[in-house]
Design a protein around this ligand. Structure first.
Ligand code: IPE
Ligand code: IPE
Ligand code: MG
Length: 247
């Protein structure tokens, strides 16, 4: 029996994470290890992304969020940044029809206005074309920074209070969440980070408060359906106490 089949038998299909967030990390090291330029790693990473999206859709994960570009990734050399800014384009060109056929709704979390015009155009068009879809939600954290997101929310709320549209008493965890990029999305139940790094790198700082974390040494281009199922299986064995105790 293949590993995939045996993992499929171990999974409790009634207890899937409602939202899985993935930090796609390790593309550069994957390429360097093979004597290839870093961008070859990003290209290979995109193939992994397509594979994991299609599998997650098959197994009916309701929401997937992928960290694609952080607000700190602008610090990389311009050639790499330019390449990364072309990838959303490429991804949309090759996959949009597929997303539509599979009833997938695309979402973006991040400072979209801070992206180059051509990236923005591709992204906005894809958002529009999938906005009525009612199946899996595919969310990309693009030009995303958790601290920036929180500051934006604070500013938005402060402006509402100043204009008398909201009272200070109305500021609570629910209303605050509604001012984040991820408004109306359930918080992730499971965070996956490959590549051996064990940090959040400014990803979903508010939303991951009670997520289960799963790390692996595998580089993102080598990440497989089996790894996803291992993470889900491991998640299902965790005792999510939320600060309480077993009675
Ligand atoms: C993740 O891979 C992709 C992005 C950050 C865009 P990296 O490019 O960070 O790969 P490593 O961590 O350098 O190996
Ligand atoms: C996080 O990975 C960002 C993305 C995967 C898009 P990084 O490679 O940028 O994170 P650090 O620099 O190792 O913390
Ligand atoms: Mg990295």
């Amino acid at each position: 029996m293949s590993e995939l089949t045996s993992l499929m038998q171990l999974i409790d299909w009634n207890n899937l994470p409602r939202h899985i967030a993935i930090i796609m990390d390790g593309n550069g090291r994957w390429a360097t290890q093979k004597g290839l330029p870093r961008i070859a790693g990003h290209r290979a990473g995109m193939e992994t992304l397509k594979k994991i999206i299609s599998f997650s859709c098959e197994i009916k994960i309701p929401i997937l969020t992928f960290y694609a570009f952080s607000t700190e990734n602008w610090r990389r050399p311009p050639q790499e940044v330019n390449f990364l800014m072309r990838l959303p384009h490429e991804y949309i060109r090759s996959e949009l029809q597929n997303l539509i056929d599979n009833n997938i709704r695309l979402k973006m979390s991040g400072d979209i206005e801070g992206l180059p015009q051509h990236t923005q155009k591709a992204v906005r068009e894809a958002l529009k074309k999938t906005e009525k879809n009612s199946g899996m939600i595919l969310n990309f954290a693009l030009n995303y920074g958790g601290r920036k997101e929180i500051i934006n929310a604070v500013r938005e709320i402060a402006a509402k209070v100043k204009q008398g549209e909201m009272s200070v008493d109305e500021i609570n965890e629910d209303t605050f969440s509604q001012s984040l990029y991820t408004a109306r999305l359930h918080d992730p139940d499971l965070l996956i980070r490959p590549s051996g790094e064990m940090r959040l790198s400014n990803f979903l700082l508010w939303q991951l408060a009670y997520a289960e974390l799963w790390f692996s040494d595998v580089y993102w281009p080598d990440f497989t359906e089996e790894h996803l199922l291992q993470a889900i299986y491991n998640y299902q064995k965790r005792d999510r106490r939320y600060g309480g105790i077993e009675l």
